[in-house]
Design a protein around this ligand. Structure first.
Ligand SMILES: *Cc1c(COP(=O)(O)O)cnc(C)c1O
Length: 401
Protein backbone atom coordinates (compact mmCIF):
# COMPACT_ATOMS: atom_id res chain seq x y z
CA UNK A 1 0.00 0.00 0.00
CA UNK A 2 2.74 2.43 1.05
CA UNK A 3 4.86 1.25 -1.88
CA UNK A 4 2.08 1.86 -4.40
CA UNK A 5 1.55 5.33 -3.01
CA UNK A 6 5.28 6.02 -3.20
CA UNK A 7 5.36 5.62 -6.96
CA UNK A 8 2.89 8.45 -7.37
CA UNK A 9 5.00 11.04 -5.59
CA UNK A 10 5.56 13.90 -5.76
CA UNK A 11 2.04 15.20 -5.18
CA UNK A 12 0.60 18.05 -7.27
CA UNK A 13 2.50 20.59 -5.16
CA UNK A 14 5.77 18.83 -5.86
CA UNK A 15 6.03 17.34 -2.36
CA UNK A 16 7.45 14.09 -1.12
CA UNK A 17 5.85 14.21 2.33
CA UNK A 18 7.22 17.39 3.88
CA UNK A 19 10.15 17.55 1.44
CA UNK A 20 10.46 19.20 -1.97
CA UNK A 21 8.19 22.07 -2.96
CA UNK A 22 9.17 25.33 -4.63
CA UNK A 23 11.04 27.85 -2.49
CA UNK A 24 11.89 30.30 -5.26
CA UNK A 25 11.26 33.96 -6.11
CA UNK A 26 7.73 34.62 -7.31
CA UNK A 27 8.99 35.51 -10.79
CA UNK A 28 10.07 31.91 -11.40
CA UNK A 29 6.74 30.29 -10.58
CA UNK A 30 5.27 30.80 -14.10
CA UNK A 31 8.40 29.22 -15.64
CA UNK A 32 8.20 26.25 -13.28
CA UNK A 33 4.52 25.87 -14.14
CA UNK A 34 5.35 26.01 -17.84
CA UNK A 35 8.06 23.35 -17.51
CA UNK A 36 5.79 21.15 -15.42
CA UNK A 37 3.01 21.33 -18.02
CA UNK A 38 5.38 20.74 -20.94
CA UNK A 39 7.03 17.86 -19.12
CA UNK A 40 3.69 16.20 -18.28
CA UNK A 41 2.75 16.46 -21.96
CA UNK A 42 6.02 14.85 -23.09
CA UNK A 43 5.33 11.87 -20.83
CA UNK A 44 2.32 11.06 -22.98
CA UNK A 45 3.96 11.99 -26.28
CA UNK A 46 5.37 9.05 -28.25
CA UNK A 47 7.43 11.32 -30.55
CA UNK A 48 9.25 12.84 -27.57
CA UNK A 49 9.93 9.44 -26.06
CA UNK A 50 11.13 8.13 -29.41
CA UNK A 51 13.53 11.05 -29.87
CA UNK A 52 14.85 10.63 -26.30
CA UNK A 53 15.39 6.89 -26.51
CA UNK A 54 16.91 7.10 -29.98
CA UNK A 55 19.53 9.54 -28.72
CA UNK A 56 20.19 7.41 -25.62
CA UNK A 57 20.75 4.47 -27.92
CA UNK A 58 22.55 5.95 -30.91
CA UNK A 59 24.48 8.76 -29.22
CA UNK A 60 24.97 7.87 -25.55
CA UNK A 61 25.46 4.17 -26.28
CA UNK A 62 22.68 2.70 -24.14
CA UNK A 63 21.73 0.26 -22.86
CA UNK A 64 24.77 0.11 -20.59
CA UNK A 65 25.87 -3.41 -19.61
CA UNK A 66 25.16 -5.10 -16.29
CA UNK A 67 28.53 -6.69 -15.60
CA UNK A 68 28.96 -9.67 -13.26
CA UNK A 69 31.85 -8.85 -10.91
CA UNK A 70 33.33 -12.32 -10.57
CA UNK A 71 36.17 -11.60 -8.17
CA UNK A 72 34.18 -9.36 -5.86
CA UNK A 73 31.45 -11.99 -5.85
CA UNK A 74 33.95 -14.69 -4.87
CA UNK A 75 35.45 -12.57 -2.18
CA UNK A 76 32.16 -11.61 -0.53
CA UNK A 77 30.12 -14.76 -1.28
CA UNK A 78 27.39 -12.69 -2.86
CA UNK A 79 26.38 -12.25 -6.50
CA UNK A 80 27.60 -8.77 -7.28
CA UNK A 81 26.66 -6.97 -10.48
CA UNK A 82 27.82 -3.58 -11.72
CA UNK A 83 25.54 -1.25 -13.67
CA UNK A 84 27.97 0.37 -16.07
CA UNK A 85 27.05 4.06 -16.33
CA UNK A 86 30.78 4.65 -16.72
CA UNK A 87 30.42 3.43 -20.30
CA UNK A 88 28.05 6.21 -21.37
CA UNK A 89 29.30 8.87 -23.78
CA UNK A 90 31.03 11.54 -21.60
CA UNK A 91 31.73 8.90 -18.95
CA UNK A 92 28.87 9.14 -16.48
CA UNK A 93 25.10 9.08 -15.99
CA UNK A 94 24.65 12.88 -16.17
CA UNK A 95 24.24 12.85 -19.95
CA UNK A 96 20.88 10.99 -19.63
CA UNK A 97 19.34 14.00 -17.90
CA UNK A 98 21.12 16.62 -20.00
CA UNK A 99 19.71 15.15 -23.21
CA UNK A 100 16.22 14.74 -21.75
CA UNK A 101 16.09 18.35 -20.60
CA UNK A 102 17.72 19.60 -23.80
CA UNK A 103 14.90 18.01 -25.79
CA UNK A 104 12.39 19.57 -23.42
CA UNK A 105 13.98 23.01 -23.99
CA UNK A 106 13.53 22.57 -27.76
CA UNK A 107 9.90 21.80 -27.11
CA UNK A 108 9.55 24.92 -24.97
CA UNK A 109 11.16 26.84 -27.86
CA UNK A 110 13.93 28.05 -25.55
CA UNK A 111 17.13 28.40 -27.49
CA UNK A 112 19.42 29.27 -24.61
CA UNK A 113 20.51 26.87 -21.86
CA UNK A 114 22.10 27.70 -18.55
CA UNK A 115 23.48 25.26 -16.01
CA UNK A 116 25.59 25.20 -12.88
CA UNK A 117 28.54 22.94 -12.42
CA UNK A 118 30.87 22.02 -9.56
CA UNK A 119 33.48 19.57 -10.75
CA UNK A 120 32.46 20.29 -14.31
CA UNK A 121 30.81 16.93 -14.99
CA UNK A 122 27.31 18.32 -15.36
CA UNK A 123 28.72 21.28 -17.30
CA UNK A 124 30.39 18.95 -19.78
CA UNK A 125 27.25 16.81 -20.12
CA UNK A 126 25.12 19.93 -20.69
CA UNK A 127 27.60 21.45 -23.17
CA UNK A 128 27.59 18.12 -25.02
CA UNK A 129 23.80 17.97 -25.21
CA UNK A 130 23.69 21.61 -26.38
CA UNK A 131 26.23 20.98 -29.14
CA UNK A 132 24.21 17.97 -30.24
CA UNK A 133 20.87 19.78 -30.20
CA UNK A 134 22.05 23.18 -31.48
CA UNK A 135 21.35 25.12 -28.28
CA UNK A 136 23.29 28.08 -26.94
CA UNK A 137 24.99 27.15 -23.67
CA UNK A 138 26.13 29.23 -20.69
CA UNK A 139 27.66 27.38 -17.72
CA UNK A 140 28.07 28.97 -14.28
CA UNK A 141 31.06 27.74 -12.33
CA UNK A 142 32.79 29.01 -9.19
CA UNK A 143 36.25 30.37 -9.93
CA UNK A 144 37.74 28.11 -7.26
CA UNK A 145 36.22 25.10 -9.02
CA UNK A 146 37.45 26.43 -12.39
CA UNK A 147 40.97 26.49 -11.02
CA UNK A 148 40.70 22.93 -9.68
CA UNK A 149 39.01 21.56 -12.79
CA UNK A 150 40.78 23.24 -15.67
CA UNK A 151 40.51 20.32 -18.11
CA UNK A 152 36.70 20.33 -17.76
CA UNK A 153 36.58 24.09 -18.31
CA UNK A 154 38.52 23.58 -21.52
CA UNK A 155 36.27 20.68 -22.54
CA UNK A 156 33.16 22.82 -22.15
CA UNK A 157 34.76 25.53 -24.28
CA UNK A 158 35.74 22.98 -26.94
CA UNK A 159 32.10 21.96 -27.01
CA UNK A 160 31.10 25.53 -27.77
CA UNK A 161 29.83 26.54 -24.32
CA UNK A 162 30.61 29.77 -22.55
CA UNK A 163 31.87 29.24 -18.99
CA UNK A 164 31.04 32.09 -16.62
CA UNK A 165 33.21 32.33 -13.51
CA UNK A 166 31.38 33.01 -10.23
CA UNK A 167 33.28 35.02 -7.63
CA UNK A 168 30.72 35.28 -4.83
CA UNK A 169 30.76 33.34 -1.54
CA UNK A 170 33.23 30.46 -1.52
CA UNK A 171 33.41 30.53 -5.36
CA UNK A 172 32.12 26.94 -5.54
CA UNK A 173 29.03 24.98 -6.52
CA UNK A 174 26.41 26.55 -4.26
CA UNK A 175 27.44 30.02 -5.45
CA UNK A 176 27.22 28.85 -9.06
CA UNK A 177 23.66 27.62 -8.40
CA UNK A 178 22.72 31.01 -6.89
CA UNK A 179 24.14 32.81 -9.92
CA UNK A 180 22.38 30.49 -12.37
CA UNK A 181 19.08 31.05 -10.54
CA UNK A 182 19.64 34.82 -10.74
CA UNK A 183 20.26 34.59 -14.50
CA UNK A 184 17.16 32.46 -14.89
CA UNK A 185 14.94 34.95 -13.06
CA UNK A 186 16.08 37.64 -15.52
CA UNK A 187 16.01 35.62 -18.76
CA UNK A 188 13.28 33.11 -18.15
CA UNK A 189 11.50 33.94 -21.45
CA UNK A 190 14.39 32.75 -23.60
CA UNK A 191 16.22 30.40 -21.27
CA UNK A 192 15.87 26.91 -19.81
CA UNK A 193 17.86 25.98 -16.72
CA UNK A 194 19.16 22.39 -16.89
CA UNK A 195 19.59 21.37 -13.26
CA UNK A 196 22.12 18.59 -12.84
CA UNK A 197 20.65 16.42 -10.11
CA UNK A 198 17.35 15.30 -8.63
CA UNK A 199 16.98 18.42 -6.51
CA UNK A 200 15.92 22.06 -6.60
CA UNK A 201 12.34 23.30 -6.99
CA UNK A 202 9.52 21.13 -8.42
CA UNK A 203 9.44 19.76 -11.13
CA UNK A 204 13.23 19.20 -11.27
CA UNK A 205 13.46 16.37 -8.69
CA UNK A 206 10.72 14.46 -10.51
CA UNK A 207 11.92 15.24 -14.02
CA UNK A 208 15.58 14.38 -13.39
CA UNK A 209 14.51 11.19 -11.63
CA UNK A 210 12.38 10.16 -14.58
CA UNK A 211 15.13 10.83 -17.14
CA UNK A 212 17.61 8.87 -15.00
CA UNK A 213 15.17 6.00 -14.37
CA UNK A 214 16.40 4.44 -17.59
CA UNK A 215 19.23 3.10 -15.38
CA UNK A 216 16.92 1.12 -13.10
CA UNK A 217 14.57 0.02 -15.87
CA UNK A 218 17.46 -1.47 -17.82
CA UNK A 219 18.98 -3.03 -14.69
CA UNK A 220 15.66 -4.63 -13.75
CA UNK A 221 15.29 -6.27 -17.17
CA UNK A 222 18.93 -7.31 -17.25
CA UNK A 223 18.95 -8.95 -13.83
CA UNK A 224 15.68 -10.78 -14.49
CA UNK A 225 17.23 -12.15 -17.67
CA UNK A 226 20.51 -13.17 -16.02
CA UNK A 227 19.25 -14.44 -12.66
CA UNK A 228 15.56 -15.03 -13.19
CA UNK A 229 14.73 -13.02 -10.10
CA UNK A 230 14.90 -9.55 -8.59
CA UNK A 231 18.04 -8.43 -6.75
CA UNK A 232 18.12 -8.29 -2.94
CA UNK A 233 19.90 -4.98 -2.70
CA UNK A 234 20.76 -1.91 -4.77
CA UNK A 235 23.73 0.23 -3.84
CA UNK A 236 24.66 3.68 -5.20
CA UNK A 237 26.45 6.84 -4.16
CA UNK A 238 24.31 9.87 -3.29
CA UNK A 239 25.36 13.41 -4.13
CA UNK A 240 22.25 15.33 -5.16
CA UNK A 241 20.78 11.91 -5.66
CA UNK A 242 20.22 11.42 -9.38
CA UNK A 243 22.16 8.26 -10.21
CA UNK A 244 20.83 6.54 -7.10
CA UNK A 245 17.18 7.54 -7.60
CA UNK A 246 17.54 6.53 -11.27
CA UNK A 247 18.58 3.04 -10.19
CA UNK A 248 16.17 2.74 -7.24
CA UNK A 249 12.94 4.17 -8.59
CA UNK A 250 11.93 1.40 -11.01
CA UNK A 251 12.20 -1.02 -8.04
CA UNK A 252 10.15 1.09 -5.65
CA UNK A 253 7.15 -1.27 -5.70
CA UNK A 254 9.40 -4.30 -5.21
CA UNK A 255 9.44 -4.20 -1.43
CA UNK A 256 11.83 -7.17 -1.23
CA UNK A 257 14.54 -5.05 -2.87
CA UNK A 258 16.51 -2.97 -0.36
CA UNK A 259 18.11 0.35 -1.28
CA UNK A 260 21.31 1.66 0.24
CA UNK A 261 22.81 5.06 -0.56
CA UNK A 262 26.41 6.00 0.26
CA UNK A 263 27.04 9.62 1.24
CA UNK A 264 30.36 11.41 1.44
CA UNK A 265 31.72 10.92 4.97
CA UNK A 266 34.74 13.08 4.11
CA UNK A 267 37.50 13.25 6.68
CA UNK A 268 35.59 13.54 9.95
CA UNK A 269 32.21 13.90 11.63
CA UNK A 270 32.37 17.61 12.52
CA UNK A 271 30.20 19.97 10.43
CA UNK A 272 32.28 21.18 7.50
CA UNK A 273 34.35 18.01 7.24
CA UNK A 274 31.88 15.89 5.26
CA UNK A 275 28.75 15.92 3.10
CA UNK A 276 26.70 13.33 5.02
CA UNK A 277 23.37 15.14 5.02
CA UNK A 278 21.46 12.29 6.61
CA UNK A 279 23.97 11.92 9.40
CA UNK A 280 24.77 15.53 10.21
CA UNK A 281 21.92 17.42 8.53
CA UNK A 282 18.54 18.68 9.73
CA UNK A 283 15.29 19.76 8.10
CA UNK A 284 15.71 23.00 6.20
CA UNK A 285 15.21 24.93 2.98
CA UNK A 286 18.04 25.39 0.51
CA UNK A 287 18.16 26.37 -3.16
CA UNK A 288 14.50 25.95 -3.91
CA UNK A 289 13.49 22.90 -1.88
CA UNK A 290 12.90 21.52 1.59
CA UNK A 291 15.17 18.63 2.53
CA UNK A 292 17.96 17.63 4.88
CA UNK A 293 20.53 20.41 5.00
CA UNK A 294 23.95 20.71 6.61
CA UNK A 295 23.38 23.94 8.53
CA UNK A 296 24.16 25.56 11.84
CA UNK A 297 21.55 26.44 14.44
CA UNK A 298 20.91 29.78 12.69
CA UNK A 299 20.03 27.94 9.50
CA UNK A 300 23.25 29.09 7.82
CA UNK A 301 24.38 26.49 5.32
CA UNK A 302 27.73 25.00 6.19
CA UNK A 303 30.73 24.29 4.03
CA UNK A 304 31.23 20.66 3.06
CA UNK A 305 34.16 18.46 2.23
CA UNK A 306 34.59 15.35 0.15
CA UNK A 307 37.43 13.89 -1.85
CA UNK A 308 34.90 13.64 -4.69
CA UNK A 309 33.53 16.92 -6.02
CA UNK A 310 30.31 15.30 -7.23
CA UNK A 311 29.20 14.37 -3.71
CA UNK A 312 30.25 17.64 -2.13
CA UNK A 313 26.87 19.37 -1.62
CA UNK A 314 25.14 20.57 1.56
CA UNK A 315 21.69 19.18 0.75
CA UNK A 316 20.13 16.19 -0.98
CA UNK A 317 17.20 15.46 -3.30
CA UNK A 318 13.82 15.54 -1.51
CA UNK A 319 12.73 12.05 -2.59
CA UNK A 320 15.73 10.60 -0.77
CA UNK A 321 14.78 12.55 2.34
CA UNK A 322 11.32 11.04 2.13
CA UNK A 323 12.64 7.50 1.50
CA UNK A 324 14.95 7.85 4.45
CA UNK A 325 12.18 8.97 6.83
CA UNK A 326 9.83 6.22 5.64
CA UNK A 327 12.69 3.70 5.88
CA UNK A 328 12.30 2.66 2.24
CA UNK A 329 16.00 3.38 1.81
CA UNK A 330 18.97 3.44 4.13
CA UNK A 331 21.90 5.85 3.90
CA UNK A 332 25.37 5.28 5.23
CA UNK A 333 28.49 7.38 5.15
CA UNK A 334 31.68 6.49 3.37
CA UNK A 335 34.85 8.34 4.35
CA UNK A 336 37.41 9.66 1.87
CA UNK A 337 39.75 6.82 2.87
CA UNK A 338 37.08 4.16 2.42
CA UNK A 339 36.24 5.59 -1.00
CA UNK A 340 39.87 5.45 -2.07
CA UNK A 341 40.05 1.85 -0.87
CA UNK A 342 36.92 1.19 -2.94
CA UNK A 343 38.54 2.72 -6.00
CA UNK A 344 41.58 0.45 -5.62
CA UNK A 345 39.42 -2.59 -4.95
CA UNK A 346 37.32 -2.24 -8.09
CA UNK A 347 40.31 -1.31 -10.23
CA UNK A 348 42.37 -4.30 -9.14
CA UNK A 349 39.65 -6.90 -8.89
CA UNK A 350 37.60 -6.10 -11.99
CA UNK A 351 39.74 -3.87 -14.18
CA UNK A 352 37.36 -0.94 -13.83
CA UNK A 353 38.60 2.40 -12.47
CA UNK A 354 35.46 4.05 -11.06
CA UNK A 355 34.85 7.76 -10.54
CA UNK A 356 35.65 8.84 -6.97
CA UNK A 357 31.90 9.38 -6.49
CA UNK A 358 31.07 5.82 -7.54
CA UNK A 359 33.97 4.57 -5.40
CA UNK A 360 31.88 5.56 -2.35
CA UNK A 361 29.40 2.83 -3.24
CA UNK A 362 32.23 0.29 -3.51
CA UNK A 363 33.87 1.59 -0.31
CA UNK A 364 30.91 0.61 1.87
CA UNK A 365 30.54 -2.83 0.29
CA UNK A 366 32.38 -4.72 3.08
CA UNK A 367 29.89 -3.23 5.54
CA UNK A 368 26.87 -3.62 3.28
CA UNK A 369 27.38 -7.33 2.54
CA UNK A 370 27.01 -8.01 6.27
CA UNK A 371 23.40 -6.88 5.99
CA UNK A 372 22.68 -9.64 3.46
CA UNK A 373 22.73 -13.45 3.31
CA UNK A 374 25.26 -15.58 1.44
CA UNK A 375 24.30 -15.71 -2.24
CA UNK A 376 22.34 -12.45 -2.14
CA UNK A 377 22.19 -10.52 -5.41
CA UNK A 378 23.58 -7.00 -5.15
CA UNK A 379 23.62 -4.39 -7.93
CA UNK A 380 26.08 -1.52 -7.55
CA UNK A 381 25.75 1.54 -9.75
CA UNK A 382 29.08 2.55 -11.23
CA UNK A 383 27.89 6.09 -11.93
CA UNK A 384 31.00 7.18 -13.81
CA UNK A 385 34.50 6.32 -14.89
CA UNK A 386 37.59 7.37 -12.99
CA UNK A 387 39.79 8.91 -15.68
CA UNK A 388 38.83 12.38 -14.52
CA UNK A 389 40.04 11.57 -10.99
CA UNK A 390 43.38 9.90 -11.62
CA UNK A 391 45.42 13.04 -10.92
CA UNK A 392 43.44 13.78 -7.75
CA UNK A 393 43.90 10.23 -6.44
CA UNK A 394 47.65 10.48 -7.06
CA UNK A 395 47.78 13.81 -5.24
CA UNK A 396 45.78 12.43 -2.31
CA UNK A 397 48.10 9.46 -2.00
CA UNK A 398 51.22 11.58 -2.33
CA UNK A 399 52.23 10.11 -5.67
CA UNK A 400 53.95 12.53 -8.03
CA UNK A 401 52.81 12.12 -11.64
C1 LIG B 1 27.76 14.17 -10.33
C2 LIG B 1 28.12 12.77 -10.10
C3 LIG B 1 27.58 12.05 -9.02
C4 LIG B 1 26.70 12.66 -7.97
O1 LIG B 1 25.48 13.13 -8.40
P1 LIG B 1 24.12 12.37 -8.20
O2 LIG B 1 23.12 13.35 -8.66
O3 LIG B 1 23.98 12.03 -6.75
O4 LIG B 1 24.14 11.15 -9.03
C5 LIG B 1 27.90 10.70 -8.90
N1 LIG B 1 28.75 10.10 -9.77
C6 LIG B 1 29.29 10.77 -10.81
C7 LIG B 1 30.20 10.04 -11.71
C8 LIG B 1 29.01 12.12 -11.01
O5 LIG B 1 29.57 12.77 -12.04
Amino acid sequence: MAAARAVNLPDAAGRFGRYGGRYVPETLIPALDEITAAYQATKRDPTFKKAFFELLHDYVGRPTPLTYAAKLSDRYKRKIYLKREDLNHTGAHKINNAIGQGLLALRLKKKRIIAETGAGQHGVATATACALLGLKCHIYMGTEDMRRQQPNVFRMRLLGAEVIGVTSGTCTLKDAVNEALRDWVTNVESTHYILGSALGPHPFPMMVRDFQSVIGREARKQILKKEGRLPDLLLACVGGGSNSIGLFHPFLRDTSVRFIGAEAGGRGSALGEHAARFDGGTFGVFQGMASYVLQNTDGQVMGTHSVSAGLDYASVGPEHAWMRDTKRAEYIRCSDDQALAGLHLLSESEGIIPALESAHAIGVLPEVVKKTQNGAIIIINVSGRGDKDVAEVARFEGVKL
